[in-house]
Design a binder for this molecule. Sequence first.
Ligand SMILES: Nc1nc2c(c(=O)[nH]1)N[C@H]1C(S)=C(S)[C@@H](COP(=O)(O)OP(=O)(O)OC[C@H]3O[C@@H](n4cnc5c(=O)[nH]c(N)nc54)[C@H](O)[C@@H]3O)O[C@H]1N2
Ligand SMILES: Nc1nc2c(c(=O)[nH]1)N[C@H]1C(S)=C(S)[C@@H](COP(=O)(O)OP(=O)(O)OC[C@H]3O[C@@H](n4cnc5c(=O)[nH]c(N)nc54)[C@H](O)[C@@H]3O)O[C@H]1N2
Ligand code: SF4
Ligand SMILES: [Mo]
Length: 723
Amino acid sequence: MTTTHYRSCSLCEATCGVAIEVDGDQVVSIRGDDADPFSRGYICPKATALADVHHDPDRLKRPVLREGSSWRELEWDEAFDLVVRRLRDVRAAHGPDAIAVVQGNPTVHNLGLMMHGQVFLRKLGTKNAFSATSVDQLPHMLAALLMFGDQLLMPVPDIDRTDHMIVLGGNPLVSNGSIMTAPDVKGRLKAIRARGGTVTVIDPRRTETAEIADRHLFIRPGTDAAFLLSFLHVLYAENLVRPGRARTYTDGLEELGAIAAKYPPEATAAATGVSADDVRTLARAFAAAQRPVFYGRLGVCTQELGGLAAWLCWAVNVVTGRLDEPGGLMFTTPAVDLIPLARRLGFDGGHARWRSRVSGLPEFGGELPIVTLPEEIETPGRGQVRALITSAGNPVLSAPGGPRLEQLLPTLDFMVSVDPYINETTRFAHVILPPTSPLEHSHYDVAFAGFSVRNVAKYAPPVFERGPDQRHDWEIYAELAARWYLPGGPLGALASRAARTALRALAPEAVLELGLRTGSYRLSLAKLRAAPHGLDLGPLEPRLPGRLNTRDKRVKLTPAAYTADLPRLDRRLAEWTARAAAGDGGLLLVGRRHLRSCNSWLHNSARMVKGKPRCTLLVHPQDAAARGIADGDPVRLASRVGEVTVPAEVSDEMMPGVVSLPHGWGHGRPGTRTQVASAHAGVSANDVTDAGFVDLLSGTAALTGVEVTVERVAAVAALPSAS
Ligand SMILES: Nc1nc2c(c(=O)[nH]1)N[C@H]1C(S)=C(S)[C@@H](COP(=O)(O)OP(=O)(O)OC[C@H]3O[C@@H](n4cnc5c(=O)[nH]c(N)nc54)[C@H](O)[C@@H]3O)O[C@H]1N2
Ligand SMILES: Nc1nc2c(c(=O)[nH]1)N[C@H]1C(S)=C(S)[C@@H](COP(=O)(O)OP(=O)(O)OC[C@H]3O[C@@H](n4cnc5c(=O)[nH]c(N)nc54)[C@H](O)[C@@H]3O)O[C@H]1N2
Ligand code: SF4
Ligand SMILES: [Mo]
């Protein structure tokens, strides 16, 4: 007999409702849940990977200990004791900073992991705390902190009510939206056009999103801040600045005008590749629209001037009166508000309060930039990293300097990974503690409900009960915390039993109940259980100035950290302009995503990797011709730090002078246990990206705009002899 379970998919930010049909311990089918008021039946092809991960024979269910190149299963008790003992030894010998922590992307999709992992790992008191934030949204969080007073106060585009959307450095048709939780983005973008509005995409590649937009413009990677200053220049120079309500609670309107005055579109066009005419036309059309919104995302953040660019994207919305207005860039009113909770737990943000030991990059929100991890392991001295905890992250593939990291990980005194797979990173761990699968734990999307284009709430119990010898992420961290804070001895054992009971009372449900009851809608778990398809709590509402957390409850349009960073932009602008004048034929690397990938970890599903290989280098026909490269040729892609050999895909969807390689591949490394992924290995983009290429303001890795060379690999060398 089959039963149907309703929940939201936890694989990306869109939180689509899924209907999972189950027979015994097997998933029979996964379909879109038509009754989900938010996603209305939409799902993408990735949803079925929820079943593939759950049933994956490579997925670990019990702790394993590495013995040379083989792995032995451990009892949980033994594993916990071993991990805590080894970590304590490192700390006792070398101090708290000797234990580094890396938290990866899936953390934010898993309430229990986010709570307990965050509390245990960050309260270890190490300065060497790293996460995917610094290869992702850090510049948005920095802008939230500096402009609105809280790192989590990130506004989202009100996509359902806008009539003019500019998308800069995002490809929501494939990513399904980011810091814009919006199931069926394609439908929602098409609806903008259907109601007479327009969509413009500005991107170095004519993306899938660009294909359904009214207009696409190429922009040279890394130059967005210059483009945005010129956009603002036009708004100010042509008297199109209309902050509306925001005028009463915004500081810096005039100062921003004075800054923008220095960047007329004619002065940036050669560098950005966006003509002065195009900038003027765009800015005028934006200002003339009824309900425009300017949305910037990952491509804007992960570049060498990402801090400035993310700030300026929001500044455009402020000066045109589009912040906190329907159809503009709005703040959410989530049923469980993480902002006060995070503050209560002491995660209240902060920037550059300290700097990394080796290269002096700034801390943000208590974390250091992940590009510094390799050098912090390698460089001797006080504070050198000697042990590592990775949690739901695969930095060997996801952070620049992957090859260096894989050389350094074996030198650590101890490494433990909380992860269901033996992958490119966890293969170096001494112990792996595997959590339950997404279908074995309950789900409430506490993070993404906070970045959702409608206010929604949805809770789902586990589809499958976990086995007695399995542990949830939160249970793993609760156990580690209990043993860490209340170690051994008869008294300790007693106390630790009590502590464990206490920690179990902090199950995700307990925290959720508290959050729901004290939240804006006074919900409860019981109410959510009674609405298995989810609750729609209405469209976004204006929240300012009340929601601001700056001391004087005012929006800061020109924080000093940004204005102090402008000289760095000026220097680069001069260099880019000079190069353009000299007809520089160099190439810059950007990334891309695919609908069936999810960063580095869904490639072990046969359904996700089937079809023609997707790890290819897109090259513009002109650039290909200049190098004698034909479609399908193997090419060597090299940067200052590394190189890979990959098939070329010649395509005019690229801007001339720009090549694109997806990330998350490179599964051919020895010692992993991911059979399907290994057979579809591809190469890692982060073998080529450069840990030394970073936004000095925010510490975010510049994954985009990396200078590279591409050359055809002699067929003899690349192919086995065909005779
Ligand atoms: N060149 C380049 N590099 C990039 C990017 C890019 O665009 N270009 N994008 C960057 C971005 S935006 C991000 S977010 C990062 C992502 O990079 P990471 O944060 O490293 O995330 P993943 O590669 O998805 O690896 C996720 C890991 O978590 C494990 N996992 C999955 N679910 C769970 C769970 O519930 N619990 C636990 N404990 N483990 C789990 C998986 O097995 C896998 O090992 O990559 C970044 N790297
Ligand atoms: N299918 C799928 N969905 C995903 C993921 C996945 O791996 N696969 N990952 C998830 C994660 S972790 C995240 S953070 C989100 C990211 O979601 P998005 O923010 O939509 O990011 P991308 O899809 O990488 O699109 C970034 C775009 O920026 C462009 N770009 C590169 N450099 C520049 C530049 O210098 N300037 C400008 N203007 N554009 C530039 C790229 O060409 C690309 O089209 O996606 C999430 N969703
Ligand atoms: S769009 Fe995201 S949330 Fe929706 S089904 Fe696909 S992976 Fe899951
Ligand atoms: Mo991300």
